[in-house]
Design a protein around this ligand. Structure first.
Ligand SMILES: *[C@@H]1O[C@H](CO)[C@@H](O)[C@H](O)[C@H]1NC(C)=O
Ligand SMILES: [Cu+2]
Length: 220
């Protein structure tokens, strides 16, 4: 019996590994796509999600607490950047982008205040999700120049009744430009609560509206 259950467990792990989850590895800035983990902090949990709403790993993923081996890329405010995963996202759920202003993007641990700059929810009617390999965002034109962490969060809510899964990565930016605004909004962890309708939603049952978890998008 022990043998059977070990085999069952091993094949379940194997199937998950074959399926693989998606990892946001590459950043495109200034129209140039960097190599994997060139400007994105490398995680150490392979393709596993973070599921603990109280964990500091929610900031920049497991292993992403600092970025000494990650390069910081210079980008102008108002320009578009994008994250690309190793394969397309396939678990349904919202995508959000957050930024936090820091003294040093390579040293920052993500304990500073974050603000949301974009969210991508489902399209109704139908409740269709944007399941993509690349997601783009515009760095707000009004943000003050300086170093920032840019964070992507894909929250997989494909399994109602199960624990939602966070797929996360942080890029290191040096934003240039003449903006002057500094936003502060939420701490991570703490930005999503277990009672948020967008966290508990059943996307298969009477799914007619949806609120992306976290704060409202900060706008110029
Ligand atoms: C949909 O709207 C209702 C009524 O405003 C609200 O109670 C519910 O939380 C919303 N559902 C989601 C998933 O956002
Ligand atoms: Cu999965």
């Amino acid at each position: 019996m022990k043998f059977v259950s070990t085999v069952a467990l091993a094949s379940a792990v194997f199937l998950e590994a074959v399926n693989g989850h998606y990892i946001f590895q590459k950043l495109t800035a200034n129209g140039v796509q960097g190599a994997a983990y060139q400007n994105v902090r490398q995680n150490t949990n392979n393709n596993s999600p973070v599921t603990d709403l109280a964990s500091a790993d929610l900031r920049c993923n497991v292993g992403g607490g600092s970025g000494a081996s990650t390069s910081t890329v210079s980008v102008a405010s108002g320009s578009s950047v994008s994250f690309t995963a190793d394969q397309a996202v396939y678990h349904q759920g919202p995508v959000s982008f957050y930024m936090t202003k820091v003294a040093s993007a390579s040293a920052a641990d993500g304990s500073s205040s974050w603000f949301k700059i974009k969210e991508i929810g489902p399209t109704f009617p139908g409740g269709t999700w944007d399941l993509s390999q690349t997601y783009s965002v515009t760095i707000p034109s009004c943000v003050a120049p300086g170093e920032y962490l840019l964070r992507i969060e894909q929250l997989a809510i494909h399994n109602p009744g199960g624990v939602p899964q966070f797929y996360i990565a942080c890029a290191q930016l040096k934003v240039t430009g003449s903006g002057s605004k500094t936003f502060s909004s939420v701490s991570i962890p703490g930005h999503v609560k277990s009672t948020d309708p967008g966290y508990t939603a059943n996307i298969y049952n009477n799914f007619n509206n949806y609120t992306v978890p976290g704060p409202a998008v900060s706008t110029c």
